[in-house]
Design a protein around this ligand. Sequence first.
Ligand SMILES: [Zn+2]
Length: 225
Amino acid sequence: MGQQAEKALVLLSGGQDSTTCLYWAIDRFGADAVSAISFDYGQRHRIELECAAGIAAAAGVAHVCLPINTFAALGGDALTDRAINVESGLDDASGLPNTFVPGRNLIFLAFAAAYAYRHGLGHLVTGVAQTDYSGYPDCREATIEAMQTAIRLGMETELQIHAPLMHRSKKQTVELAHDLGALEAMALTHTCYNGVRPPCGECPACILRAKGFAEAGIDDPLIDS
Ligand SMILES: [Zn+2]
């Protein structure tokens, strides 16, 4: 793929982690070589997609939003099924939060890889992490490595998947955002599972986000703006 292989596609959800990854990619590949992709998968909060578009625009990178309207048909998770409320604990049977959408990241990566293939982009960047997060099994390093292998085999490509936050705590992710000059963009991000602005401050996502900023000793521009 030659020169084109040095182009990167960032999976941008509109949240704190993927936004940090966007700035990581810009730092590494240059803004001209970076674009962002989001997925309209019937998520409870449309605000995420609006945030993603705004963040990409502010960063000066191209942004595309692909529709994947199949998750809601699967049912059973609190992110896409409006009949289910977001719970803060873990499900007794699965040991997972009820916001878990089975295979969501795998499906996103597969679609992003297909898009990257079509557009000659050699790198995917995802904000998944296996450290002090909610314990989604499709965020683990082994899963991402296996997915990269599957994509390389299945698409006959040398595509590289980067997960720069994989081993970073929330605190370290905030510090990275600071170092990359991405803090200002944090005011444009959306984290709250209840989809409200200003954030509710009480859901698991809000609590995790607040903990990261507090531990890093940095004010969250979303809260203080
Ligand atoms: Zn919240």
